[in-house]
Design a protein around this ligand. Structure first.
Ligand SMILES: Nc1nc2c(c(=O)[nH]1)N[C@H]1C(S)=C(S)[C@@H](COP(=O)(O)O)O[C@H]1N2
Ligand SMILES: [Mo]
Length: 199
């Protein structure tokens, strides 16, 4: 029986985590805070999360939804990446289950307390790639990082992970959000270095 081991005899030292670092990014171990304005403070008894006009959940109802605990790498357009961040939250698939938009090739705008928005293709929000997260590292999500709840879309630059998120609106056409309207890329795939419009 032939055992083929093509790596034998020419094993290279592995660049630690190299394969997990998108182009132009460096690793950080702390957790920087990047906010375009002041941290809003949510009132949990009146907090809701809405999906279009069809659905909304109170805070209590939201916590009762089936949750997942993703551990993911995150990449900020200002060039830091952080590996193996652990979260708890509700998959966007769960929030959209059974709605017509779930299967659509349209777009969503995530909107937030404080007025921040960001646009995403529904294809980037579905298929197990996005969550509305309310815990970080086993603790309630701190306000400066988006608590009580934030969007988590780790396969795109972190500006897409809207903090203090309150809902999703749907459109047939892509509509730029806050940073996208200021020249940042519509999609923001860190592996393709889609930092600015035209990248
Ligand atoms: N509501 C809101 N969400 C936001 C932002 C913001 O200013 N407001 N900043 C974005 C940017 S540019 C980044 S890099 C991340 C930063 O998240 P962090 O502060 O938890 O690191 O949040 C994103 N989500
Ligand atoms: Mo950012």
């Amino acid at each position: 029986m032939a055992i083929i081991n093509r790596g034998f005899g020419r094993r290279r030292p592995e660049r630690p985590d190299g394969h997990r670092l998108p182009p132009g990014q460096y690793l950080t171990h702390d957790f920087p805070v990047l906010s375009a304005g002041p941290t809003p403070h949510a009132d949990l008894p009146t907090w809701t999360f809405a999906v279009g006009d069809e659905r909304s959940w109170t805070w209590e109802e939201f916590l009762a939804l089936p949750a997942e605990e993703p551990t993911v790498d995150i990449h900020c357009v200002t060039s830091w990446s952080k590996l193996d961040t652990s979260w708890k939250g509700v998959s966007v698939d769960t929030l959209l289950a059974g709605l017509e938009v779930e299967q659509s090739d349209g777009f969503a705008t995530a909107y937030c307390d404080g007025g921040y928005t960001t646009n995403l293709a529904l294809a980037d929000l579905t298929g197990g790639k996005a969550w509305v997260a309310y815990e970080y590292d086993g603790e309630p999500l701190p306000p400066e990082h988006g608590g009580p709840a934030r969007l988590l879309v780790p396969h795109l630059y972190f500006w897409k992970s809207a903090k203090w998120v309150r809902g999703l609106r749907f459109h047939e056409e892509d509509e730029p959000g806050f940073w996208e309207g200021l020249g940042y890329h519509d999609r923001g795939d860190p592996w393709r270095e889609q930092r600015y419009q035209g990248d």
